[in-house]
Design a binder for this molecule. Structure first.
Ligand SMILES: [Zn+2]
Length: 241
């Protein structure tokens, strides 16, 4: 199943014209490549990672806003599997991870963020013969994948670390990343917001207003429903860069 899902993920990258060895920012890429996609970050029980809903013309991905950015990236990639390849129109993910489709979606996600060939190239370019904590943290930062997802891949699908190493490496990632000079955004929720909507919903609201289909008041209501006070009240600092 691993190579099959890798092939599917690489096919998706080819369709998006993304080189197989490149590291991707799945948050902006998903919105850029899937025109009718809206991503909603919201508070959920910790064991839930996300959900997705396919409507006739719209796709919505829900992400647990309390999880770390690396895990959220993995969840977006996982939900993309459901949107693209699963015939169910609604999925809630995180509880039945032993389910066959869930396993496929997880593998697809792992391979979309970090294709098999990309790991091989990365190892070659960085002279990695055996993984240690330094090379693991460098690699997860490069691919913007969660620490857990990288360890899971190295342990279970590539067999490149032992169970003992897995148990040692999984501890204290935040401290281990910070003493290696990295910022902690990968280990912090995306934009640190409990509720946030990005993607097509925002674009459509603006478009409906521009085309006189909705009033200013209605536009603001719709944006506030989507937790976008920042747009309504112009709270984003656009002056500095
Ligand atoms: Zn799922």
């Amino acid at each position: 199943m691993y190579l099959e899902m890798n092939e599917l993920a690489c096919g998706c990258r080819r369709q998006w014209k993304i080189d197989v060895n490149e590291s991707i920012d799945i948050f902006s890429l998903a919105i850029n490549k899937i025109k009718n996609l809206t991503i909603v970050f919201k508070k959920m029980d910790d064991e839930l990672s996300g959900a997705c809903l396919k409507l006739e013309k719209e796709n919505i991905i829900f992400i647990n806003s309390g999880h770390r950015k690396g895990r959220q990236a993995f969840t977006i990639a996982h939900e993309l599997y459901h949107l693209k390849y699963d015939k169910n129109n609604f999925n809630v993910c995180g509880l039945n991870s032993d389910d066959e489709i869930e396993k496929r979606a997880d593998l697809f996600a792992s391979c979309l963020l970090m294709p098999h060939g990309a790991i091989e190239t990365y190892k070659l370019n960085n002279n990695i013969e055996k993984w240690d904590l330094d090379s693991i943290i460098d690699a997860e930062q490069y691919f913007q994948i969660s620490h857990q997802a990288l360890l899971w891949r190295l342990r279970h699908f590539l067999n490149e670390i032992t169970y003992e190493q897995y148990m040692i490496f999984k501890e204290d990632v935040i401290r281990n990343a910070s003493i290696r000079g990295y910022d902690l955004s990968l280990y912090t929720p995306y934009l640190n917001k409990e509720y946030l909507t990005i993607g097509n919903y925002i674009k459509l609201t603006e478009k409906a207003f521009k085309n006189d289909l909705i009033s200013q008041g209605r536009k603001e209501e719709l944006l506030l429903d989507a937790f976008r006070e920042d747009i309504v009240y112009n709270l984003n600092d656009d002056k500095s860069f």
